[in-house]
Write a protein that binds this ligand. Structure first.
Ligand SMILES: Nc1ncnc2c1ncn2[C@@H]1O[C@H](COP(=O)(O)OP(=O)(O)OP(=O)(O)O)[C@@H](O)[C@H]1O
Ligand SMILES: Nc1ncnc2c1ncn2[C@@H]1O[C@H](COP(=O)(O)OP(=O)(O)OP(=O)(O)O)[C@@H](O)[C@H]1O
Ligand SMILES: [Mg+2]
Ligand SMILES: [Mg+2]
Lengths: 161, 163, 163, 161
């Protein structure tokens, strides 16, 4: 299977409801500095359940679109990302993660609320190992992969066993 | 636990040299460089570590610290792709991994990714045009000047002539 | 000691906004962004620290952590050039500082360096051709294939038409 | 004044005696990955007295040209860098730093051996503050300058007072 498209709702610099895609087998994302390219990768990482600290955010509410510092402090704002995954047989599987007004997170598969364990288990069944993150390389991380100490390499390998 | 670990290590170190050669071979060095993983201590792999060595075609030093910025990036990508091949996920996302690469190496990495794209979906963020010349689709991101928020446009590049 | 420190801080924070505006202004944002330095605690500057804030033209966030890779590089260069202006050394050496910059920002930074080069010698290592289009001379480094060691060639670009 | 040229002798990937330059007011250094660009910056930093650990070397002898790992272990090899500095009045001032056969460092001004304090004092008189290094940006360091903590910024400023 593969990612068909993602649907953002007030996520980081993406205001309102935006559909991004379709994604092909080899898709390039381009644009000027500060336009929002890494925020797109953050959106995909977020919906897969990657920790907020890895997405350049202190708390979940930092990931919600805000016009300026003042709006950031307002409560009750929401955001969400939906990942539309197309299975080998052509059917669509929907993964959704929501930041609720109270600042927590909610997970849904095909528009049904599920808990994190079921959500993660379903991702694992597709070969998506969020904990190992062996398929995501964030901006600036690539060179440090080659400079890992032998101990760190063992830890990395253990996560994918 | 130990058998699974050794199985993973076996698979990855069998693969890494092949991938590194694919990323470093050129008309001048048709064989490419060499890369391998060694266990620091065969008896207790968990207590010690795994040493990674990569030597570009013209080099004869084993110490990874001596590699230049671009050489380290290529070695890192070889390690990444070979670890990924053990438990492949359906897609890969790379954010400006080509920042330290010269044009020749960018073309080699982009070519490698293109060759893997049947069965593995790749999404690559880049500032260099070499990557989107090899891609099938392009997502252009821009800032909307009225509202200051991000917007995107998607282009299907397969409609244009083969890149 | 304290007076010297405050004098340095005064000079640098007076300068940083001007330099940051020069690096971020464009036809769409003729004023550029804004950057400033603040003492965390006026009474005891040595015990606390100096907070640096930079806001690109379209942005309204004060938190530097939210800046993108390229925006951080531009903010860092503005800080560097303003610190340097307090005690200027006769020359500057920059090694691939443009790695995270898009073409527009590379041109702005190269233009800024070119404008400062009467009185301040700059030596810039870069993989992007925008830099050597603005330079007066170019040192080309290559690996000698027989011996595997580095060699250089120098070109006086002022002999060609003005870039 | 400004740097006119540098003369290397078996420094890092530069074998034998090589003269590099002349340098103009704005000089660009280009070349493929691994060709030796950063090693040139290391040569200029070395002759000014910057610490070896900043030049990607463990000890001084790592900075001496070697064909392979075996040659690295041989003793008695030497290396040196000479920086030819042109003063405002046109005269040339020569700064030289040598790695001796015994693995130590020797400093010379205009071909006269001097100690580190005199060497550094002469550089300071030209406005070259080696300790503050406010004029050198090594590969990969630029982004971390903007992410310095407030404490670190104070320390940086103190070095140039
Ligand atoms: N919650 C938010 N609301 C609005 N804007 C945000 C939010 N979080 C981050 N941003 C903005 O998003 C911008 C960063 O975008 P991003 O890091 O995706 O840029 P980029 O396209 O990757 O740039 P570069 O090429 O420099 O890496 C920042 O300028 C930041 O102000
Ligand atoms: N003492 C030495 N003797 C011989 N070669 C050396 C020595 N020290 C380092 N090298 C070689 O120099 C090369 C690195 O050169 P350098 O870091 O200057 O490359 P670069 O041109 O900056 O490349 P990049 O564009 O990737 O940053 C390495 O391949 C390393 O093997
Ligand atoms: Mg980015
Ligand atoms: Mg380099």
């Amino acid at each position: 299977g593969k990612i068909d498209r993602i649907e953002l709702e007030n996520f980081k610099s993406y205001k309102g409801h935006q559909v991004i895609g379709p994604f092909f087998d080899f898709t390039a994302i381009i644009g000027p500095n500060g336009s929002g390219k890494s925020n797109l990768m953050d959106a995909i990482s977020f919906v897969l359940g990657v920790r907020t600290s890895q997405l350049r955010g202190g708390q979940l509410k930092d990931l919600i679109y805000a016009f300026d510092d003042r709006e950031k402090e307002q409560g009750g704002r929401r955001a969400s990302v939906k990942l539309v995954y197309r299975l080998e047989n052509g059917t669509e599987l929907l993964f959704t993660r929501i930041i609720t007004g109270a600042g927590g997170s909610e997970y849904m598969i095909d528009d049904r609320v599920v808990n994190w364990d079921d959500y993660n288990a379903r991702l694992k069944s597709l070969g998506i190992l969020v904990k190992a993150r062996n398929f995501l390389v964030f901006q600036g991380d690539v060179e440090s992969i080659a400079s890992k100490t032998p101990r760190e390499l063992t830890v990395l390998l253990e996560q994918i066993c | 636990r130990l058998t699974r670990f050794m199985e993973a290590l076996e698979h990855i170190s069998g693969n890494i040299d092949k991938i590194y050669k694919q990323l470093t071979k050129s008309s001048r060095h048709p064989l490419g460089g060499s890369a391998y993983l060694n266990l620091e201590n065969e008896e207790e792999p968990f207590l010690h570590g795994i040493k990674y060595s990569a030597m570009p075609p013209t080099k004869r030093f084993r110490d990874m610290e001596q590699l230049s910025g671009g050489e380290k990036t290529v070695a890192a990508l070889a390690l990444l792709f070979s670890i990924h091949s053990y438990k492949p996920s359906p897609f890969f996302i790379l954010d400006e991994v080509d920042a330290a690469l010269d044009n020749l190496n960018v073309a080699k990495v982009a070519g490698f990714i293109r060759s893997k794209s049947n069965g593995l979906q790749s999404i690559v963020i880049s500032l260099k045009d070499t990557f989107y010349h090899k891609a099938e689709a392009m997502v252009g991101v821009y800032k909307d000047f009225q509202t200051g928020c991000s917007r995107t446009l998607t282009f299907d590049l397969t409609k244009f002539e083969e890149s």
